[in-house]
Design a protein. Structure first.
Length: 354
């Protein structure tokens, strides 16, 4: 069964929020009648954590395309099938050179659906040959979307790729409501194929982690309890196993910001993030051990800053002039969306941070 897309990208709809300048204005309470909140930087100053600087640069996250076979309601990348942005061959090659030259431990490949990039397999092979850990953010349905992707589970296995996949819930209603009709069925079929080659199976060494994000304007429940319930339900109903569940807070940007504004939940949601500010989570926010690279080679502190066009505060702000030391000593660029990383138990691409 094919997927019925939830929406089109903000860009295709020419929505004002496709302009990141407008998104930032909304976050500052200066546009679309959005409420104003205490500046995040002021919170960090009070907590004695400003300026925020990295502690390491272990992870290079690369967003190689905005194209995706899905068009989920809350996508913070504004990805969809009609997007065409792809990282150039020269920059794919540059990534391979960087992991050879610098002590980068992990390359985290994301998109869109990264597998749609024509050089995806070449990139993975190159990283594997260079001995760096590879993480791929696979949306699962890509495996079922076209016969040319059917061998992906074997390909991932032979290159020891760690798989991280979104599955908003363990039933069809809630998953399809967020990601499109038919997504749950194809995701379950893909998870079974991954299990068959050993992913998510105890002692196989093949890691399969799932990502949960709330369906609406609320913060995720405890990661531990969600993981337990997902494991129980997926095993009982579908015979599926996986390693860890990451519970991620929805960031108030891009299509989720659109949803918050349209549904009248913006003020309440931002208040929950601001009131939930937890100084202890600041130490482990993901920008402290990574940088994020966009499809066009621009460098950002994290994927969220990338989606707001907030480049790193450094002259090494592009792959073409990458400078490990400079990036390690940069001051991290912060804005109101950063509350999403520090509310409650905190949130990152790897789930809770506490
Ligand atoms: S699968 Fe991921 S990248 Fe693709 S539209 Fe959905 S949230 Fe966005
Ligand atoms: S949004 Fe990015 S820059 Fe802000 S705290 Fe989170 S990881 Fe750091």
């Amino acid at each position: 069964m094919g997927i019925k897309q939830k929406t089109k990208s903000l860009k295709a709809r020419q929505n004002p929020l496709s302009d990141t300048f407008i998104q930032l204005k909304v976050l500052q309470g200066q546009e679309l009648q959005a409420a104003e909140f205490t500046p995040f930087v002021a919170k960090l100053q009070t907590a004695g954590e400003f300026p925020l600087r990295p502690v390491s640069l272990d992870i290079l996250q690369i967003n190689i395309t905005k194209q995706c076979n899905q068009s989920c309601a809350h996508c913070h990348v504004d990805a969809s099938p009609e997007r065409r942005e792809m990282m150039s061959s020269a920059h794919i090659q540059k990534v391979l050179e960087l992991v050879e030259k610098y002590p980068i431990k992990t390359v985290d490949i994301t998109g869109g659906a990264p597998e749609l990039h024509p050089q995806f397999r070449e990139l993975v092979k190159g990283l594997y040959e260079r001995g760096v850990a590879i993480m791929n953010r696979c949306n699962l349905t890509i495996i079922k979307s076209n016969p040319r992707f059917a061998d992906l589970p074997e390909f991932f296995k032979s290159h020891k790729v760690q798989i991280v996949s979104s599955l908003p819930f363990y039933n069809a209603n809630r998953t399809d409501a967020q990601r499109g009709e038919g997504v749950f069925e194809d995701s379950i079929a893909a998870l079974k194929l991954l299990n068959e080659v050993g992913y998510g199976v105890e002692n196989s060494g093949l890691s399969l982690d799932l990502v949960y994000n709330p369906a609406g304007a609320f913060l995720p429940a405890s990661q531990q309890s969600l993981e337990k319930e997902f494991k129980r339900q997926l095993a009982r109903k579908h015979g599926i196993s996986f390693n860890r569940l990451f519970a991620i807070t929805n960031m108030p940007i891009s299509r989720f910001l659109e949803y918050l504004l349209q549904s009248g939940n913006y003020q309440e949601y931002m208040s929950a993030l601001v009131n939930g500010f937890n100084p202890a989570a600041v130490a482990n926010v993901m920008c402290r051990n990574m940088v994020s690279v966009g499809w066009d080679g621009q460098i950002y502190d994290c994927d969220f800053n990338q989606m707001l066009d907030l480049n790193v505060k450094s002259s090494a702000s592009h792959l073409d002039n990458f400078d490990f030391e400079q990036l390690l000593n940069r001051e991290i660029v912060l804005n109101q969306h950063c509350y999403g990383c520090t509310a409650g138990a905190g949130s990152s691409c790897g789930g809770e941070v506490l």
